[in-house]
Design a binder for this molecule. Structure first.
Ligand SMILES: Cc1ncc(COP(=O)(O)O)c(C=O)c1O
Length: 292
Protein backbone atom coordinates (compact mmCIF):
# COMPACT_ATOMS: atom_id res chain seq x y z
CA UNK A 1 0.00 0.00 0.00
CA UNK A 2 1.20 3.48 -0.76
CA UNK A 3 -0.34 6.94 -0.54
CA UNK A 4 0.02 7.15 -4.27
CA UNK A 5 -2.61 7.79 -6.87
CA UNK A 6 -3.61 4.85 -9.04
CA UNK A 7 -5.48 4.74 -12.34
CA UNK A 8 -8.56 2.56 -12.84
CA UNK A 9 -10.60 2.69 -16.05
CA UNK A 10 -10.16 6.40 -16.66
CA UNK A 11 -10.20 7.54 -13.03
CA UNK A 12 -7.31 8.66 -10.83
CA UNK A 13 -7.88 7.54 -7.25
CA UNK A 14 -5.90 7.19 -4.01
CA UNK A 15 -4.35 3.72 -3.99
CA UNK A 16 -6.52 2.53 -1.06
CA UNK A 17 -9.72 3.53 -2.89
CA UNK A 18 -8.77 2.10 -6.25
CA UNK A 19 -10.69 -1.13 -6.80
CA UNK A 20 -12.14 -3.41 -9.45
CA UNK A 21 -14.94 -6.01 -9.38
CA UNK A 22 -14.45 -9.36 -7.62
CA UNK A 23 -15.98 -10.83 -10.80
CA UNK A 24 -13.15 -9.45 -12.90
CA UNK A 25 -11.81 -12.15 -15.22
CA UNK A 26 -8.26 -11.10 -14.39
CA UNK A 27 -8.89 -12.35 -10.85
CA UNK A 28 -11.15 -15.32 -11.68
CA UNK A 29 -9.39 -16.76 -14.75
CA UNK A 30 -6.07 -14.92 -14.92
CA UNK A 31 -7.57 -13.60 -18.18
CA UNK A 32 -5.27 -10.60 -18.34
CA UNK A 33 -1.92 -9.27 -19.51
CA UNK A 34 0.41 -6.75 -17.96
CA UNK A 35 3.54 -4.67 -18.30
CA UNK A 36 6.07 -3.41 -15.80
CA UNK A 37 7.86 -0.26 -16.93
CA UNK A 38 10.71 1.36 -15.05
CA UNK A 39 10.68 5.14 -14.80
CA UNK A 40 14.04 6.84 -14.40
CA UNK A 41 13.77 10.47 -13.28
CA UNK A 42 10.02 10.38 -14.05
CA UNK A 43 10.60 9.10 -17.59
CA UNK A 44 9.21 5.70 -18.55
CA UNK A 45 12.09 3.77 -20.10
CA UNK A 46 11.39 2.31 -23.56
CA UNK A 47 7.68 2.95 -23.17
CA UNK A 48 6.94 2.33 -26.86
CA UNK A 49 8.51 -1.11 -26.67
CA UNK A 50 6.40 -2.00 -23.64
CA UNK A 51 3.19 -0.75 -25.25
CA UNK A 52 4.03 -2.56 -28.47
CA UNK A 53 4.44 -5.81 -26.51
CA UNK A 54 1.16 -5.16 -24.67
CA UNK A 55 -0.56 -4.71 -28.03
CA UNK A 56 0.96 -7.90 -29.45
CA UNK A 57 -0.11 -9.84 -26.33
CA UNK A 58 -3.63 -8.42 -26.54
CA UNK A 59 -3.90 -9.52 -30.17
CA UNK A 60 -2.62 -12.97 -29.29
CA UNK A 61 -5.30 -13.49 -26.62
CA UNK A 62 -8.01 -11.60 -28.59
CA UNK A 63 -8.38 -8.92 -25.94
CA UNK A 64 -9.57 -5.55 -27.23
CA UNK A 65 -7.45 -2.89 -25.55
CA UNK A 66 -9.72 -0.28 -23.95
CA UNK A 67 -7.44 2.64 -24.85
CA UNK A 68 -5.36 3.47 -27.88
CA UNK A 69 -1.62 3.94 -27.45
CA UNK A 70 -1.72 7.73 -27.25
CA UNK A 71 -4.42 7.65 -24.56
CA UNK A 72 -2.33 5.20 -22.53
CA UNK A 73 0.69 7.49 -22.87
CA UNK A 74 -1.40 10.49 -21.74
CA UNK A 75 -2.75 8.55 -18.74
CA UNK A 76 0.79 7.50 -17.79
CA UNK A 77 2.01 11.10 -18.03
CA UNK A 78 -0.82 12.22 -15.79
CA UNK A 79 -0.19 9.40 -13.33
CA UNK A 80 3.46 10.41 -13.09
CA UNK A 81 2.48 14.05 -12.62
CA UNK A 82 -0.09 13.26 -9.91
CA UNK A 83 2.22 11.10 -7.84
CA UNK A 84 4.89 11.99 -5.35
CA UNK A 85 8.04 12.45 -7.33
CA UNK A 86 10.18 9.33 -7.14
CA UNK A 87 13.71 9.15 -8.47
CA UNK A 88 13.05 5.67 -9.81
CA UNK A 89 9.65 4.09 -9.97
CA UNK A 90 7.98 1.00 -11.27
CA UNK A 91 4.82 1.42 -13.34
CA UNK A 92 2.48 -1.56 -13.38
CA UNK A 93 -0.11 -1.71 -16.15
CA UNK A 94 -2.67 -4.50 -16.28
CA UNK A 95 -5.45 -5.05 -18.80
CA UNK A 96 -8.06 -7.73 -18.11
CA UNK A 97 -11.06 -8.99 -20.06
CA UNK A 98 -13.17 -7.24 -17.45
CA UNK A 99 -16.00 -8.44 -15.22
CA UNK A 100 -18.43 -11.19 -16.20
CA UNK A 101 -20.26 -14.28 -14.95
CA UNK A 102 -17.98 -17.23 -14.28
CA UNK A 103 -18.22 -18.68 -17.78
CA UNK A 104 -14.96 -19.44 -19.57
CA UNK A 105 -15.79 -18.08 -23.03
CA UNK A 106 -15.50 -14.33 -23.61
CA UNK A 107 -18.37 -12.13 -22.36
CA UNK A 108 -20.69 -11.14 -25.23
CA UNK A 109 -20.02 -7.48 -24.60
CA UNK A 110 -16.38 -6.68 -23.97
CA UNK A 111 -15.67 -4.22 -21.16
CA UNK A 112 -11.97 -4.63 -20.43
CA UNK A 113 -10.43 -3.30 -17.22
CA UNK A 114 -7.25 -1.26 -17.24
CA UNK A 115 -5.34 -0.38 -14.11
CA UNK A 116 -2.05 1.42 -13.61
CA UNK A 117 -0.13 1.62 -10.36
CA UNK A 118 3.07 3.50 -9.70
CA UNK A 119 5.36 2.46 -6.85
CA UNK A 120 8.92 3.26 -5.81
CA UNK A 121 11.33 0.94 -7.63
CA UNK A 122 12.97 -1.64 -5.37
CA UNK A 123 16.57 -0.49 -4.84
CA UNK A 124 19.20 -2.65 -6.52
CA UNK A 125 21.65 -4.36 -4.17
CA UNK A 126 25.13 -3.05 -5.16
CA UNK A 127 26.90 -6.19 -3.94
CA UNK A 128 24.69 -8.44 -6.10
CA UNK A 129 25.43 -6.23 -9.10
CA UNK A 130 29.17 -6.41 -8.48
CA UNK A 131 29.56 -9.96 -7.26
CA UNK A 132 26.67 -11.74 -8.93
CA UNK A 133 23.97 -13.98 -7.56
CA UNK A 134 23.44 -17.70 -7.28
CA UNK A 135 20.66 -19.25 -9.34
CA UNK A 136 19.12 -22.69 -9.53
CA UNK A 137 17.52 -24.41 -12.49
CA UNK A 138 13.96 -25.75 -12.49
CA UNK A 139 12.06 -27.68 -15.16
CA UNK A 140 10.05 -25.39 -17.42
CA UNK A 141 6.45 -26.45 -16.82
CA UNK A 142 4.98 -23.29 -18.31
CA UNK A 143 2.70 -23.14 -21.32
CA UNK A 144 3.80 -22.46 -24.90
CA UNK A 145 2.70 -18.81 -25.00
CA UNK A 146 5.52 -17.43 -22.85
CA UNK A 147 5.80 -14.59 -25.39
CA UNK A 148 2.52 -13.26 -23.92
CA UNK A 149 3.03 -11.36 -20.67
CA UNK A 150 0.12 -13.06 -18.97
CA UNK A 151 -0.71 -12.57 -15.29
CA UNK A 152 -0.90 -16.38 -14.98
CA UNK A 153 2.40 -16.49 -13.13
CA UNK A 154 1.91 -19.42 -10.74
CA UNK A 155 4.80 -21.49 -12.12
CA UNK A 156 7.07 -18.44 -11.96
CA UNK A 157 5.94 -17.78 -8.38
CA UNK A 158 6.76 -21.38 -7.38
CA UNK A 159 10.11 -21.25 -9.21
CA UNK A 160 11.14 -18.03 -7.50
CA UNK A 161 10.15 -19.38 -4.08
CA UNK A 162 12.14 -22.60 -4.72
CA UNK A 163 15.14 -20.42 -5.55
CA UNK A 164 14.82 -18.40 -2.34
CA UNK A 165 14.27 -21.59 -0.31
CA UNK A 166 17.53 -22.93 -1.79
CA UNK A 167 19.42 -19.77 -0.80
CA UNK A 168 19.57 -18.57 -4.43
CA UNK A 169 18.31 -15.34 -5.93
CA UNK A 170 16.44 -16.71 -8.91
CA UNK A 171 15.47 -19.77 -10.87
CA UNK A 172 16.20 -20.39 -14.53
CA UNK A 173 13.77 -22.59 -16.46
CA UNK A 174 15.21 -25.57 -18.32
CA UNK A 175 13.52 -27.26 -21.24
CA UNK A 176 15.00 -30.10 -23.28
CA UNK A 177 18.39 -29.59 -21.62
CA UNK A 178 18.58 -25.88 -22.44
CA UNK A 179 18.45 -22.78 -20.25
CA UNK A 180 15.39 -20.86 -21.41
CA UNK A 181 14.92 -17.80 -19.18
CA UNK A 182 14.58 -16.80 -15.53
CA UNK A 183 11.33 -16.70 -13.53
CA UNK A 184 11.03 -12.98 -14.31
CA UNK A 185 14.09 -12.20 -16.41
CA UNK A 186 15.86 -13.27 -19.58
CA UNK A 187 19.06 -15.30 -19.38
CA UNK A 188 22.37 -14.75 -21.18
CA UNK A 189 25.56 -16.80 -21.08
CA UNK A 190 28.91 -15.53 -22.33
CA UNK A 191 31.30 -17.95 -23.97
CA UNK A 192 34.44 -17.21 -26.00
CA UNK A 193 33.55 -13.53 -26.12
CA UNK A 194 30.04 -14.08 -27.51
CA UNK A 195 26.62 -13.82 -25.93
CA UNK A 196 24.33 -16.82 -26.01
CA UNK A 197 20.62 -16.36 -25.41
CA UNK A 198 17.44 -18.26 -26.21
CA UNK A 199 15.82 -17.06 -29.45
CA UNK A 200 12.52 -15.21 -29.38
CA UNK A 201 9.40 -17.27 -29.92
CA UNK A 202 6.80 -18.91 -27.76
CA UNK A 203 9.27 -20.18 -25.14
CA UNK A 204 10.42 -16.83 -23.76
CA UNK A 205 9.17 -13.34 -23.13
CA UNK A 206 10.84 -10.98 -25.60
CA UNK A 207 12.23 -8.78 -22.83
CA UNK A 208 12.63 -5.07 -23.39
CA UNK A 209 15.87 -5.13 -21.39
CA UNK A 210 17.05 -8.09 -23.50
CA UNK A 211 16.39 -5.98 -26.58
CA UNK A 212 18.41 -3.07 -25.15
CA UNK A 213 21.27 -5.47 -24.31
CA UNK A 214 21.20 -6.81 -27.87
CA UNK A 215 21.37 -3.23 -29.18
CA UNK A 216 24.30 -2.48 -26.89
CA UNK A 217 25.99 -5.69 -28.02
CA UNK A 218 25.52 -4.69 -31.67
CA UNK A 219 26.86 -1.21 -30.96
CA UNK A 220 30.03 -2.70 -29.45
CA UNK A 221 30.51 -5.41 -32.05
CA UNK A 222 29.73 -8.18 -29.57
CA UNK A 223 28.47 -11.28 -31.36
CA UNK A 224 25.33 -13.13 -30.26
CA UNK A 225 24.31 -16.75 -30.73
CA UNK A 226 20.55 -17.15 -30.57
CA UNK A 227 20.19 -20.56 -29.02
CA UNK A 228 19.25 -21.82 -25.59
CA UNK A 229 22.56 -22.43 -23.77
CA UNK A 230 22.84 -26.10 -22.82
CA UNK A 231 22.84 -27.23 -19.19
CA UNK A 232 25.92 -29.34 -19.88
CA UNK A 233 27.76 -26.22 -21.08
CA UNK A 234 27.37 -24.42 -17.71
CA UNK A 235 30.85 -25.43 -16.50
CA UNK A 236 32.31 -23.80 -19.63
CA UNK A 237 30.48 -20.46 -19.38
CA UNK A 238 32.83 -17.51 -18.92
CA UNK A 239 30.01 -15.30 -17.64
CA UNK A 240 26.24 -15.31 -17.27
CA UNK A 241 23.63 -12.69 -16.42
CA UNK A 242 19.92 -12.06 -16.13
CA UNK A 243 18.10 -9.11 -17.69
CA UNK A 244 14.78 -7.52 -16.81
CA UNK A 245 13.04 -4.23 -16.15
CA UNK A 246 13.50 -4.48 -12.38
CA UNK A 247 16.54 -6.76 -12.55
CA UNK A 248 18.41 -4.64 -15.13
CA UNK A 249 21.65 -6.59 -15.81
CA UNK A 250 22.40 -8.94 -12.93
CA UNK A 251 25.53 -11.12 -13.04
CA UNK A 252 25.12 -14.81 -12.20
CA UNK A 253 27.95 -16.25 -10.11
CA UNK A 254 26.82 -19.87 -9.95
CA UNK A 255 24.17 -22.15 -11.42
CA UNK A 256 23.04 -25.15 -9.36
CA UNK A 257 26.28 -24.79 -7.38
CA UNK A 258 28.56 -24.76 -10.43
CA UNK A 259 30.68 -21.62 -10.47
CA UNK A 260 30.29 -19.48 -13.57
CA UNK A 261 33.64 -18.26 -14.90
CA UNK A 262 35.65 -16.76 -12.04
CA UNK A 263 32.53 -16.73 -9.85
CA UNK A 264 31.90 -13.00 -9.95
CA UNK A 265 31.02 -10.38 -12.50
CA UNK A 266 32.81 -10.85 -15.78
CA UNK A 267 34.22 -8.03 -17.89
CA UNK A 268 31.60 -8.26 -20.66
CA UNK A 269 28.77 -8.15 -18.12
CA UNK A 270 30.41 -5.18 -16.38
CA UNK A 271 30.74 -3.31 -19.67
CA UNK A 272 27.08 -3.97 -20.58
CA UNK A 273 26.03 -2.81 -17.09
CA UNK A 274 28.03 0.38 -17.52
CA UNK A 275 26.46 1.11 -20.88
CA UNK A 276 22.99 0.24 -19.59
CA UNK A 277 23.53 2.63 -16.70
CA UNK A 278 24.48 5.37 -19.18
CA UNK A 279 21.37 4.74 -21.22
CA UNK A 280 19.01 4.73 -18.26
CA UNK A 281 20.55 7.17 -15.77
CA UNK A 282 22.44 9.73 -17.72
CA UNK A 283 20.03 9.98 -20.62
CA UNK A 284 22.83 9.37 -23.13
CA UNK A 285 21.20 7.56 -26.05
CA UNK A 286 17.99 7.48 -24.03
CA UNK A 287 15.87 9.22 -26.59
CA UNK A 288 17.46 7.55 -29.57
CA UNK A 289 16.95 4.10 -28.08
CA UNK A 290 13.40 5.03 -27.10
CA UNK A 291 12.73 5.86 -30.73
CA UNK A 292 11.62 9.36 -29.70
C1 LIG B 1 9.42 -14.51 -17.82
C2 LIG B 1 10.07 -13.20 -18.03
N1 LIG B 1 11.10 -13.12 -18.90
C3 LIG B 1 11.75 -11.96 -19.13
C4 LIG B 1 11.38 -10.79 -18.47
C5 LIG B 1 12.14 -9.53 -18.73
O1 LIG B 1 11.39 -8.65 -19.53
P1 LIG B 1 11.63 -7.08 -19.48
O2 LIG B 1 13.07 -6.85 -19.75
O3 LIG B 1 10.75 -6.56 -20.57
O4 LIG B 1 11.21 -6.63 -18.13
C6 LIG B 1 10.30 -10.82 -17.58
C7 LIG B 1 9.88 -9.61 -16.90
O5 LIG B 1 8.97 -9.60 -16.11
C8 LIG B 1 9.62 -12.04 -17.36
O6 LIG B 1 8.59 -12.14 -16.51
Amino acid sequence: MTDNIAYVNGEFLPHAEACISIDDRGLVFGDAIYEVIKCYSQRPFRLRDHLERLKRGAEEIRLPLPLDEESVVRAIDELLARNVRMAESSLYVQVTRGPGSRFHAFPRVASPTIIMVLSPAAPLDPSDYEQGVRVITVPDRRWDMCNVKSVGLLIAVLAKQSALDAGAADAVFVRAGRLVEGASANFFAVSNGRLITHPEGRRILAGVTRKVVLELAAATGLGVDFRGPKVDEIGGFDEAFLTGTGTEILPVSSIDGTTVGQGGRGSITAELQRRFFDVTRTGVLHDRLAGA
